[in-house]
Design a protein around this ligand. Structure first.
Ligand code: SF4
Ligand code: SF4
Length: 252
């Protein structure tokens, strides 16, 4: 038994358009959805020490991944301002809400057709090394390629938020990793704008303490911006390394 990706795409497009309207977020482009087959991704997931989807949902056959876009305005402001722009941080919280609701609606859609579905946490807090990577699954599902900034550059750029869901449904057609590189530096073309943008120089020394520096700063940001925005949700965002770059809104 299988489900068509086009069906899921219709649910994603309708739901995202409605939620962006509800939260007054500019929908600069259509969101993306794809999937990968659990048995195809099991090997590469184990190599990088990630959870097997079947530990999240027994008999899982597919992992569905969605990418929803940040607005142009929030991204440009975040690039312009020295601190993390309040509008970007607010949008980060709202996009997490959009993802949560979208994945809930997709899960219910699948359940109504007789499949099981489970949603891993959209944002994992409290650990530097996550055991579930939305961006790596997005890469495996063919949504884009990984850039020098360690983010995924999708067909709608790197300024997106990602969410995943595991299901017993087989989704057709399933995605495959994209063969070409989207990142300029990875194609041998000079570009290090994302690396230079990091206020902590963390990307230059990612494996030598950069990751930890970034993680600690995001926790600090979350404490500060929760108060500023008067919200309960985590605001563990920075986004400087995805803001107003050559790959922010589309592959360069
Ligand atoms: S800014 Fe340049 S080097 Fe960095 S990810 Fe984008 S294309 Fe690659
Ligand atoms: S999120 Fe911020 S601190 Fe972390 S690597 Fe990107 S620019 Fe640097």
């Amino acid at each position: 038994m299988s489900i068509e990706l086009d069906e899921l795409d219709t649910v994603v497009q309708d739901t995202v358009a409605r939620l962006y309207h509800r939260y007054h977020i500019q929908l600069r482009t259509k969101p993306l959805v794809s999937s990968c087959v659990v048995k195809n991704l099991r090997k590469s997931i184990r190599e990088i020490n990630h959870l097997d989807p079947e530990t999240i949902l027994p008999r899982a056959r597919s992992v569905i991944v969605v990418a929803v876009p940040h607005s142009v305005d929030a991204i440009l402001r975040n690039a312009r301002e020295k601190e993390i722009a309040l509008s970007y941080a607010r949008e980060y919280v709202l996009l997490n809400k959009v993802l949560k609701q979208l994945l809930h609606i997709l899960s219910n859609y699948l359940r109504a057709r007789g499949y099981e579905a489970a949603v891993p946490e959209v944002t994992l807090h409290g650990t530097v090394h996550s055991n579930w990577s939305h961006r790596y699954i997005a890469y495996l599902a063919g949504l884009g390629t990984l850039g020098k900034h360690r983010l995924i550059i999708t067909k709608i750029g790197c300024s997106v938020r990602l969410g995943t869901l595991v299901t017993t449904a087989r989704v057709r057609p399933s995605g495959e990793p994209i063969k070409e590189e989207y990142c300029l530096a990875k194609r041998g073309i000079e570009c290090s704008a994302c690396i230079e943008r990091c206020p902590l120089n963390a990307l230059k020394n990612w494996e030598k303490g950069g990751r930890e520096k970034c993680f600690r700063m995001l926790q600090e940001v979350s404490r500060t911006y929760k108060k500023l925005l008067k919200v309960e949700e985590e605001v563990d965002c920075c986004g400087k390394c995805m803001s107003n770059l050559v790959c922010s809104f589309k592959p360069p």
